[in-house]
Every structure is written in structure tokens, then in C-alpha cells.
Design a protein around this ligand. Structure first.
Ligand code: CU1
Ligand code: CU1
Length: 280
């Protein structure tokens, strides 16, 4: 069984294996292909094509599918690796071990935001930024500089308490759990974390920063927590909604997977906090 763990609980061997796997997926080109996929799915509310990845109900199932693809690539490189999650309500400062030189490396230098330590630094030579939103070919971060603080657990709990998955007009103006989780309304959870990290994380090419995957693994876990809190609340909309991915509509770019296919994470993995993971 694939168990996704809190990154703060990884031991030194697990961190090394994760880093090796990321660098191998980068070396083969799969990593940059995934960054390109994500960048192609950044849209605004008025696009006439279906909004799939963001500003839409399928934000959560789209990213679950996207993370599964990355995790499968990691496990091809290093079979022991699973995707860790970053609980930013707990590990909420640039001094967290997440940002250590033995794991993701730290914030960028003042002059240009360039990350200069850890396995993904430009000087290390193994993690060039190839899918660029501007001319800069190095990983950048400005941890904690653009927004005062990461979301708190109380803020997360206030969003988890919302009983309805999503509402018309099914975009960034919607009320409901999905849009508050995504961050376009209310306390702002997901979007705020991108801004707190800064650099590429504030762009459509955000998966260029390996922390993207750990951030979204936690968003994915919060979706599962919301489902457990509201077992009677379905994915919405269920059918017949123009330019929106309904429950049984397929999602681009895969075209063979629907939100319904993604609703139960236990088909694919367990979190270390799930009962299934006990004793492992
Ligand atoms: Cu995204
Ligand atoms: Cu995101």
C-alpha cells in the first residue's frame, strides 16, 4: 500500500530517496513535461473552454490525478518513495526542516530570489528551470515575504466546516468548500501558500518548485478530511453544466478520468493518519 507521510516525519534516508527520485524525474524530462501540462491549464473565469484545473469544481480531482502521475514517476525512479505532504499549519516558518539543505533547500537570496542551497539550487546543476515564465533559469523563492503568514489550523477548520462542495457560477466567485479551499474567497488557503513561497510558485509554472507537490498533497489530504466530515455532501455539479466538469465528465488532458473516479483516495493511497496506515 502507498502511504503518504507528513514530510516532517521523514527520516534522513527517506528524504534522500525523495530527492534522488525528483532529480531522476527531472533528468528524464518527465518533470518538465508535467510543469508544461500545469502551465497550459491556467485560465481565467471568462475563458470559454472548460475550466478544469483551477477556478472550478474540478480543481481538487484534477490535481489529485496530476499528483498521481508525478508520484508514479517518482516510484519508477525509486520504488520506496511516496509523495509527502506539507502541513503548512504546523511547519510555518522558513526555519522548518522542509527548507533544509538536505531536503528542499531554503529561501532565495535577496538580490534575485535565487535558491542557493540544497539539491535544487541552480549552482548544483541538476535542476535548471526549463519551463520559464520569464528569462530566469533558476529556482526562486521569497519565503514569507509576499504575505504575512501561512494559514492557521483554525482557518483550515473554518473551511472544512463548510457543508456544500461548490456552487454556481462554479468559478472563483463561488461560495462553498472548493472555492474557499482554493482561496479565491474567504480566508484564502491554497492560493496564499503559493504566494507565501513566492518565485515560480506564484506562476502557472508553479510545479517548477518541488514544494508544489508537497503543498498539493496536503490540499489533497484536506479534501479527504472534508469528505470524512461531510459524508452526505457530494461532488457538485452532478450533470448538465456548460463549460464545467460535472461528476461524470472526463477531464482534460487525460480524457479518460472523471471527478467520480477520483473521489476516493483509498483506491490509490492512504495518508499516514488514515486507519489503513496504522501499524505500517
Ligand atoms: Cu494547479
Ligand atoms: Cu496550487
Amino acid at each position: 500500500m502507498i502511504i503518504r507521510k507528513n514530510q516532517a516525519a521523514l527520516n534522513a534516508d527517506e528524504k534522500r530517496a525523495f530527492v534522488r527520485a525528483v532529480l531522476e524525474v527531472k533528468r528524464t524530462g518527465t518533470y518538465d513535461r508535467l510543469v508544461t501540462t500545469h502551465n497550459n491549464f491556467v485560465m481565467n473565469d471568462t475563458d470559454t473552454t472548460d475550466r478544469v484545473a483551477h477556478r472550478s469544481p474540478s480543481f481538487l480531482p484534477w490535481h489529485r490525478r496530476f499528483l498521481l502521475e508525478f508520484e508514479a514517476a517518482l516510484r519508477q525512479a525509486e520504488p520506496s518513495v511516496t509523495l509527502p505532504y506539507w502541513d503548512w499549519t504546523a511547519d510555518r516558518t522558513p526555519a522548518s526542516s522542509l527548507w533544509g539543505p538536505d531536503f528542499l533547500g531554503g529561501t532565495g537570496r535577496a538580490r534575485d530570489g535565487q535558491v542557493t542551497d540544497g539539491p535544487f539550487s541552480f549552482a548544483g546543476g541538476r535542476f535548471p528551470i526549463n519551463v520559464r515564465v520569464d528569462g530566469r533559469g533558476y529556482l526562486r523563492r521569497t519565503l514569507g515575504a509576499e504575505v504575512a503568514a501561512l494559514p492557521t489550523r483554525a482557518e483550515v477548520d473554518s473551511v472544512l466546516a463548510m457543508p456544500v462542495y461548490d456552487t454556481a457560477p462554479w468559478n472563483s466567485a463561488s461560495n462553498g468548500f472548493r472555492n474557499h479551499m482554493e482561496g479565491w474567497r474567504g480566508v484564502n488557503l491554497h492560493n496564499r501558500v503559493h504566494v507565501w513561497v513566492g518565485g515560480q510558485m506564484t506562476s502557472g509554472a508553479s510545479p517548477n518548485d518541488p514544494v508544489f507537490w508537497l503543498h498539493h498533497a496536503f490540499i489533497d489530504k484536506l479534501w479527504a478530511e472534508w469528505q470524512a466530515l461531510h459524508p452526505g455532501s457530494p461532488y457538485l455539479p452532478t450533470a448538465g453544466t456548460a463549460n464545467v466538469v460535472d461528476l461524470h465528465d472526463t477531464m482534460r488532458p487525460w480524457n479518460d478520468v472523471t471527478p467520480a473516479d477520483m473521489l476516493d483516495h483509498r483506491r490509490f493511497y492512504a495518508f499516514d493518519t488514515d486507519p489503513e496506515a496504522a501499524g505500517r
